[in-house]
Design a protein around this ligand. Structure first.
Ligand code: GDP
Length: 328
């Protein structure tokens, strides 16, 4: 039975990946951080097959211990401080976790693997935020990186460190440059989930309006369940490499609002939306749209959920959750 170790198990992608690997017959291990982590119970009850190891991306000895105790064939580094807006307020800790944390995992895997550096396959969760002020449309694996936030800068560090460990030590280290990917499990601080939850609450009469930031930004949004499949496929290749994972379609925040409000029959959503500078960012990533040709050709990967289907899935899930919470 193959074994995998996941960091970032309490996040959206960690949960989808755990399900995918368990379904494929893996023994699934995961690193979990912190004393009294409020999400621990969610993982223990929702994903009882996951074996949890206490540790932290900033603590090398805890990473070494998790590797020793799980003996993984594959390591998926999904752990990070992942919210772009937060990264300006906490640039140092974002650099330590989202950037240097990658180096810690790479180094721990290298030391653990000993004489056979390719024996433990490594996946790094790189990000389309690395493209930032985009230098090419659409963006692919060779597009110049120009990050626009401390989060983006930290992801660039992790991305190049992954490539460097592959080239320096012959490690099987792959980097997935994933464009925004969403689901009903997305954290409520991200724009898709913020909108789907608010639209559900407005439809149920539990809330009047939603307060937003920049409505002009455009993103290439896919379904997280599809994207974890791409991670796994990368690690099944003979050679490690870097891949863009994206839908190839872009939509503005206005279009997101259109689709989400439209799903509950509200066509004129403008009176329900207020803009507040509080949600504007010091520097914005205006346009993301990915070219996943390489992933399609080499991994046989393609997205299965359209933008409208994704928005509908998220609004429906939030309607069900909000009804239950409100006892409706
Ligand atoms: P990101 O692409 O990783 O930053 O993902 P987010 O979901 O946090 O943000 C996507 C885009 O939505 C960015 O361009 C934000 O500026 C924009 N946006 C507009 N209003 C909001 C808001 O209220 N919350 C968030 N999170 N993003 C917003």
């Amino acid at each position: 039975m193959p074994s995998a170790l996941i960091t970032g198990i309490t996040g959206q992608d960690g949960m989808y990946l755990a399900e995918l690997l368990h379904g494929k017959g893996y023994e699934v291990h995961a690193l979990i951080r912190g004393q009294n982590n409020p999400k621990r119970a969610l993982i223990e009850t929702g994903f009882p097959y996951v074996q949890l190891h206490n540790g932290d991306l900033t603590d090398m000895s805890s990473l070494m211990r998790a590797l020793r105790d799980s003996q993984p064939d594959e390591v998926y580094n999904l752990g990070a401080i992942s919210f772009v807006a937060y990264s300006w307020e906490n640039a140092h800790v974002t650099s330590d976790v989202t950037g240097k944390g990658v180096l810690n995992v790479l180094e721990a895997v290298r030391l653990h693997a000993g004489d056979d550096p390719g024996s433990v396959r490594f996946y790094q969760a790189s990000s389309s935020e690395m493209f930032g002020k985009v230098q090419q449309v659409p963006q692919d694996e060779s597009t110049l990186l120009w990050p626009r936030s401390p989060y983006g800068v930290a992801k660039v560090f992790g991305h190049y460190m992954t490539i460097n460990y592959r080239e320096s030590y012959g490690m099987h280290a792959s980097s997935g440059i994933l464009f925004n990917h969403e689901s009903p499990r997305r954290g409520p601080e991200f724009v898709t989930r913020k909108v789907s939850r608010a639209v559900a609450r407005i439809h149920l009469g539990l809330q009047d309006e939603i307060v937003m930031g920049n409505l002009d930004a455009k993103r290439d949004w896919g379904f997280a369940g599809d994207y974890v499949e791409a991670m796994w496929r990368m690690l099944q290749q003979d050679e490690a490499d870097d891949y863009v994972i994206a839908t190839g379609e872009t939509h503005s925040i206005e279009e997101l609002l259109d689709a989400a409000f439209g799903h509950v029959g509200i066509d004129d959503w403008r009176p329900r939306v207020r803009q507040d500078p509080r949600f504007m960012r010091p520097a914005e990533v205006d346009l993301l749209i990915g070219d996943a040709t390489k992933a399609r050709e080499r991994l046989g990967w393609q997205p299965t959920v359209s933008f409208r289907e994704l928005v509908a899935m998220m609004v429906e899930a939030d309607l069900a959750e909000q009804k239950q919470l409100a006892g409706l």
